[in-house]
Design a protein around this ligand. Structure first.
Ligand code: NAD
Length: 252
């Protein structure tokens, strides 16, 4: 492991690794969006210090919990819509546009990589997207405005027009199965890349957090940009401890 805290030296090392790489994949977590004003989960003051997460089984079995989940989703979505992509998002989108980043695998649900200019098909959302809802049974998309209106009118959580199934925000809750296609694509990229850059993840949430190790074990170079230490720092060739924007701004 090489730990570089100096911003200029860190930028230079990262820039060299990106230039040398054949296929660079960026893997992002909640820390990617804190510089846009969206709190992460595990930092002091993060979301977990204010409320416990809602488990998938509880959503399915309990109407009061469904309504609470929707309340939180509306609140969170307003925050997402008010946020703007930050210097890190913009640098990654620019590198992707230049062909230097092949794809972004994200645990984030805020859509900020796409809003920064990353092509939709180059962003793999492992934990879904909070900006719309989907039927748990048939997958039909439901817009949040429509869901909000149903709850306001009826006081009950929405059912799918097509099949009567439960409608839920299109994110993956704890205890819910991972999206198969996104996970398969992410795994394929981890198995074939030669540079894997983690940005803003505690690497504590499985199975997403196992992807950097998959990449490292097949011979890819691993870089971790994170404010706090992670369990995979020892496996990384380069660890940049600090704000993502400081390291990425200027590289593109
Ligand atoms: P996490 O909260 O577990 O960890 C975030 C990490 O980012 C921390 O280790 C912290 O030190 C680091 N960090 C925070 N700001 C940083 C910055 N500016 N520069 C560098 N590092 C910074 O987040 P996680 O690993 O993504 O896992 C939590 C889950 O939370 C994910 O599943 C994700 O879906 C969800 N989440 C998403 C959002 C979002 O979409 N913006 C926000 C909160 C949580």
């Amino acid at each position: 492991m090489t730990l570089v805290c100096d911003i200029n030296a860190g930028r230079e090392s990262l820039s060299r690794l990106i230039d040398m790489s054949r296929q660079c994949i960026v893997f992002t977590g909640a820390g990617m969006s804190t510089e846009s004003g969206i709190p992460d989960f595990r930092s002091p003051g993060g979301i977990w210090s204010r409320m416990a997460p809602i488990e998938f089984d509880d959503f399915v079995s309990d109407e009061a919990i469904r309504l609470e989940d929707w309340r939180r989703r509306f609140e969170m979505n307003e925050q997402f819509l008010a946020a703007k992509p930050n210097a890190g998002h913009i640098a990654i989108a620019t590198l992707a546009g230049q062909g230097k980043v092949a794809a972004v695998i994200t645990q984030n649900i805020d859509g900020l990589h796409q809003r920064a200019g990353c092509a939709r098909e180059s962003v793999i959302e492992l934990h879904g997207n909070a900006t719309f809802g989907a039927c748990l049974n048939c997958g039909t998309r439901h817009e949040l405005d429509e869901v909000r209106a149903i709850i306001k009118r009826s006081g009950t959580s929405p059912r799918c027009d097509s099949c009567g199934g439960l409608v839920k925000s299109a994110v993956i809750n704890f205890g819910q199965a991972m999206p198969v296609e996104a996970m398969e694509r992410a795994l394929q990229l981890a198995e074939s890349c030669d540079l894997f850059v983690v940005a803003g993840s505690s690497l504590a949430v499985q199975p997403a957090a196992s992807l950097p190790l998959v990449a490292e074990r097949q011979g890819a170079r691993l870089v971790i940009i994170n404010r706090d230490p992670t369990p995979l720092d020892d496996a990384a060739e380069l660890v940049l401890r600090g704000n993502i924007g400081d390291f990425l701004a200027g590289i593109a």
